[in-house]
Design a protein. Structure first.
Length: 473
């Protein structure tokens, strides 16, 4: 028998990238503002939302599998609302409602700000049908009132602007733009996120100021191609005297944010190599609040494969860019994304990738096996690679990356690094963890009063991708 709750509870699970995490926080904030309570388990929730990803097939299958298992909850609590949000919802739309009988809500990437409204409507209608108006009524079987909204909406880039912070939260994501115009042949994002569109600098500055007033010390700017921010909406301005280049909207934004009192660290992800022009390279050198870490997607070390991917740069230009970034900020850490097993990738193409990764010595890398995505050019290319070959190349390249990451971490043993303490370690709640300016995880013992603070830690040893040490005054 259904028991009415005065305060509806919601659970939201996020698949995919940091941008998806930020979108989920916006949805959570809007529900909390309406009086809903957030819970940590779908078992305790009246509303269960899965924010989905379509970049890789594995992420889609995980979300679909999770929603399938949630059907068991519907049998006991038919008044529960179930919803898909985000990229997979955008790509598949209303067809998901036909595939999953207990699914009630499908909301695309430009409608996150509508979720609370749709949820409230569904909760009210389902409670009425389930007998909440008269609790003595028996429950009806499987009430389902479906809503699907995947339409475009002008100005949606400015709706991801609020979030509910945890106590002593020291870091936050800030979405500065939506969409992508690059159309890499392996990527579904232009379809699921739409064309590039950016928020104004004043809007972003206001959001960051508000975060600083709540104790946040580090902000990461998010965009599908973050360093191309504003290129279609806002003008470039004159650069420094004696410079032959103009200052892009993105560099203007970095300067405006760097001037905010209370902001200690500024990061951005994920950029595209073609967005690193002279003005941004110089900004890396003269803006001290920019943290010494850059995520710079490579995707392949073969020029032939890069061309097939439509990545618009060569390995030679990429390597030159790495040299310029390292010269602009000595000691900067570089991480990257790499795809193995792209259609047509030969042994020599893969070797070129492996050799370049060895040469450039990244601090870490995310290595992905190519996954065909519906309605992308690469999915229909000839010479698709066997999964066993993809797996072998994936394992081999991870070995190269892991060795490089270990060497980078071992260099820090015995040194003193600045750490922003984020909270308890995920692997040992008795310890705390934080990140260096180069985005390396450091685990240490300290009192809970250090959470949210910046202080130095002496590194005692390195283990895998984590560093271990003790705080010093």
């Amino acid at each position: 028998m259904y028991r009415s709750r005065a305060v509806p509870k919601f659970f939201i699970k996020t698949y995919g990238c940091q941008m998806n995490e930020r979108d989920s926080e916006q949805v959570a904030h809007s529900l909390i503002t309406r009086g809903y309570e957030r819970v940590d388990s779908e078992v305790d929730a009246d509303v269960v939302l899965l924010n989905t990803c379509s970049v890789r097939d594995m992420a889609e299958q995980k979300a679909l599998g999770k929603m399938g298992m949630l059907g068991r909850i519907r049998k006991d609590r038919p008044e529960t609302v179930f919803g898909f949000l985000g990229c997979m919802a955008q790509a598949r739309g209303a067809e998901l409602l036909k595939e999953i009988p207990h699914l009630d809500l499908v909301v695309g990437t430009q409608k996150f700000h509508r979720v609370a409204e749709y949820v409230a409507d569904l909760v009210a209608r389902k409670r009425a049908v389930a007998g909440v108006v008269d609790p003595g009524h028996s429950r009806i079987d499987d009430p389902c009132y479906s809503i699907a909204d995947v339409e475009e909406e002008a100005g949606s880039q400015s709706t991801i602007r609020e979030q509910s912070l945890a106590r002593k939260q020291a870091t936050a994501f800030v979405s500065i733009m939506q969409g992508c115009n690059m159309h890499c042949t392996f990527c579904i994002v232009p379809r699921t996120r739409g064309a590039e569109r950016s928020r104004t600098i004043s809007e972003i500055v206001s959001e960051v100021r508000a975060l600083m007033s709540q104790g946040v010390k580090e902000v990461t700017l998010l965009g599908q191609i973050v360093n191309l921010y504003g290129r279609h909406e806002f003008p470039s301005v004159a650069g420094a005297p004696g410079r032959n280049y103009k200052k892009s909207p993105f560099v203007q934004l970095l300067e405006a944010l760097s001037a905010i009192d209370g902001l200690e660290r500024l990061r951005f992800t994920s950029p595209h190599p073609i967005g690193f022009r002279d003005d941004l390279i110089e900004a890396i050198a003269y803006l001290p609040k920019l943290a010494e870490h850059m995520h710079l997607p490579l995707q392949s070390g073969s020029n032939r494969i890069l061309k097939a991917m439509r990545r618009t740069y060569t390995t030679e230009k990429y390597a030159q860019l790495v040299d310029r970034i390292r010269a602009a900020r000595p000691g900067i850490a570089l991480t990257t994304d790499i795809i193995v097993g792209f259609p047509g990738e030969t042994d020599s193409d893969y070797k070129a990738t492996r050799d370049l990764v060895e040469q450039l010595q990244f601090d870490n890398a995310f290595v992905f096996r190519y996954s065909p995505r519906r309605e992308t050019p690469a999915a229909n290319m000839p010479d698709q690679i066997d999964e066993a070959i993809k797996e072998a190349r994936n394992r081999d390249l991870l070995g190269v990356v892991d060795a490089s990451a270990r060497r980078a971490n071992e260099k820090l043993v015995g040194t003193r690094v600045e750490v922003l303490c984020e909270g308890p370690s995920k692997t040992n709640a008795a310890r705390l963890m934080g990140r260096t300016r180069t985005n390396k995880v450091v685990v240490f013992e300290a009192g809970r009063d250090r959470i949210g603070e910046i202080f130095d830690v002496v590194i005692e040893h390195a283990n895998g991708f984590s560093l271990y040490g003790h705080p010093v005054d």
